[in-house]
Every structure is written in C-alpha cells, then in structure tokens.
Write a protein that binds this ligand. Structure first.
Ligand code: NDP
Length: 318
C-alpha cells in the first residue's frame, strides 16, 4: 500500500518511515529540502528505502503543495509541525505552520479519493494544559483539552500551536467527513535516527552535559518507538478512532536526574532544582486507550538509556 508521511526527516517521523518500510509499505516522504544531504541521508539508508521510499519537496504553507503527493495514497501521516521553544514571532514561527499547515495537508487529503485515513501527530501539549489542578491522584485522559487562553496567558506558544492545530483538524474532519485519528504523545525520548538534535532529545542532553540544576518541571515521557508504532497501529486498526494519549510515565526532572545518575555514575547530573519552589506535582495519564493499539510502553529507564547512548554515538555527548 502507498502512504505519505509529512515532515519525514524529523525525529518521530523517521521512526514511522522505518517501521512502515519494514511492514512493506511504499512511502512518499515529504521534506522541505530533499537536496540537504545531512537531513535525508538516514532515510535513504533505511532498509527497503531504495525500492519503496520516495522523497518529495513540500512546505507546510505552500498552497496545494501536498495535492499531488497525497493523491493515490491510502493513508497520510501528518507529523510536520515546528517543535521549538524559543521563538521570536510565535505567529509566524509556530502558529501558522501548525494550524494553517495542518489544514493545508488535510485539504489535499479530502481532494484525493484514495485517502482512507489521516493520522495526525498532536501532543499531550494539546491535552493537559489548562486551569484544572494536578496532583499524583489526577488522571488525565483523552477527554481533556488544553485551554488556549491559559497557554496565551503563560506564553506557552508551542502548546498553543498544538492545541489550535488539533482543534482545527477535528473541526475540518467533521465538516468534510474525513476519517481522522490523532496521536497525542508526551515528551518523546529514545534513539535518534536523524543527524540533527531535536528539542526533546536536547532536554536529555542538557541533563547530562554538566548543567548545575534541573528545571522544576514535570512532564509525561514516552519512547519514540512506541510513538511510531502507535501511529501505524492507529492507521491499520480499522476500529481506531478519536485521540490516543501516549505516556509511559509522568516524572519530574528530579526523577529523570535520579535515573540518569543511577545509570551513569561517572556523569555530572544536576542534584538541585533551578528554583526554590515546591516541585511541580506529578499526575497520571490514562494508558487505557493506547493499550487498545497494542502499545508496549517501554520503561522510562530504558528510554533514557537509549537516548544517552545515541547522543554518545552521534557525538553530542561524551
Ligand atoms: P523534529 O523537529 O525532529 O521534526 C519536526 C518536523 O516538522 C521536521 O520534519 C520539519 O521539517 C517539519 N517542519 C517544521 N516546520 C515546517 C514547515 N514550515 N514546513 C514543512 N515542514 C516543517 O520534531 P519531532 O519529531 O519531535 O516532532 C514531530 C511532530 O511530533 C510534531 O508535530 C511535534 O509537535 C510532535 N510531537 C513531538 C514530541 C516530542 O517530544 N518530540 C511530543 C509530542 C508531539 P524539516 O525536516 O524540513 O525541517
């Protein structure tokens, strides 16, 4: 079967492409610059790539730029969206590519009768950030939505971009009778296939690179292989529908530091928080829906070790 993956050279998408090729699919992979060798080399080296991987140039904001690429595809995995934290212009750098880009891709999908289902990579960023109090007993699930006003007040632009993009995608899918399934991973860790450092792996690098403190923050964590597998399962399982939160464990940075210290006793891992405030509380994220996709939930300890090992292999860390 023929499928399309947008933003295919990214951290998560590269694993989706790898698993799709392993499962025998023919993959149309969109990238912004197919001629940038460092960006696409790892994709071209994947098993099956020679025969069944085809690169296409497409920008999220290029009108109709996905029309001919999705035409003929049975499934479309829309992963492309900027995951950057420090931005100068939130509208241009994050919100437009996320929201307008998603609608642009979805519009191309409804134009092509071959497209049976679209899988959108959203995030826990679109689920868990609102004024509802959190504590270790609170269980966040797929019925939760992040609150755009809360994100705007706190200038959480990336979270806002994911929330608005997913919301727009659902509205568009309902109006246009499009079969949309959404995957909402937490912070993604695990081995890197691509050459460039992505934002979530950079967080782990920061913890092992001699920082004096860790941030006083709590996030959910999930392995990139579970995330990629969930995308493909959400596409292949006919009864899959709605959103799927993907979180192996919610953990404060102090807990990550503790795990890393146990595994890498020779590294200098920070022992204190960057502020004197009480630790941001943990919470739970329901695994019930994700389990119906057959997700393994690789333990955080393993995911962190895998992350550090690839950071070393790729010479980001010593
Ligand atoms: P990467 O930074 O590795 O990948 C981001 C991808 O988006 C790249 O392929 C990039 O393309 C593409 N992209 C960004 N802006 C544009 C644009 N204007 N036009 C076309 N393509 C664009 O990040 P991740 O793999 O981590 O992120 C992939 C998806 O997963 C995103 O939707 C992100 O929000 C989501 N996500 C990530 C999490 C994480 O912790 N990593 C957690 C939850 C969700 P190019 O290669 O051309 O630069």
């Amino acid at each position: 079967k023929l499928v399309c993956v947008t933003g295919a050279a990214g951290y998560i998408a590269s694993w989706i492409v790898k698993f799709l090729l392993e499962r025998g699919y023919t993959v149309r992979a969109t990238v912004r610059n197919p001629n940038d060798h460092t960006k696409v080399e790892h994709l071209l080296k994947l098993e099956g790539a020679k025969e069944r991987l085809h690169l296409f140039k497409a920008d999220l904001l290029g009108e109709n730029s996905f029309d001919s690429i999705v035409e003929g595809c049975d499934g479309v995995f829309h992963t492309a969206s900027p995951f950057i934290i420090n931005v100068k212009d939130p509208q241009a750098d994050l919100l437009d590519p996320a929201v307008k880009g998603t609608l642009n891709v979805l519009k191309s999908c409804v134009k092509s009768p071959s497209v049976k289902r679209v899988i959108l990579t959203s995030s826990v960023a679109a689920v868990a950030y609102n004024k509802r109090p959190k504590s270790p007993e609170v269980v966040v699930d797929e019925t939760w939505w992040s609150d755009p006003d809360y994100c705007r007040e706190l200038k959480l632009w990336y979270l806002l971009s994911k929330t608005l993009a997913e919301d727009a995608a659902w509205k568009f899918a309902k109006e246009n009778d499009l079969d949309l399934v959404v995957v909402n991973p937490a912070m993604v860790v695990g081995p890197l296939l691509q050459a460039e450092l992505n934002t979530s792996a950079a967080i782990i690098l920061n913890l092992i690179n001699g920082s004096e403190t860790f941030s006083n923050d709590t996030y959910g964590w999930i392995n990139v292989k579970d995330v990629a597998n969930a995308h493909i399962q959400a596409y292949e399982i006919a009864s899959a529908s709605g959103r799927y939160c993907l979180v192996e464990r919610v953990a404060h940075y102090s807990e990550l530091a503790r795990i890393l210290r146990d595994q890498y006793p020779t590294y200098q891992i920070p022992e204190k928080s960057a502020d004197d405030k009480p630790y941001v509380p943990t919470f739970q994220v329901s695994k019930e829906k994700a389990k119906t996709l057959g997700i393994e939930f690789i333990p955080l300890e393993v995911s962190l070790r895998e992350t550090v090992e690839t950071l070393k292999e790729k010479n980001f860390a010593n």
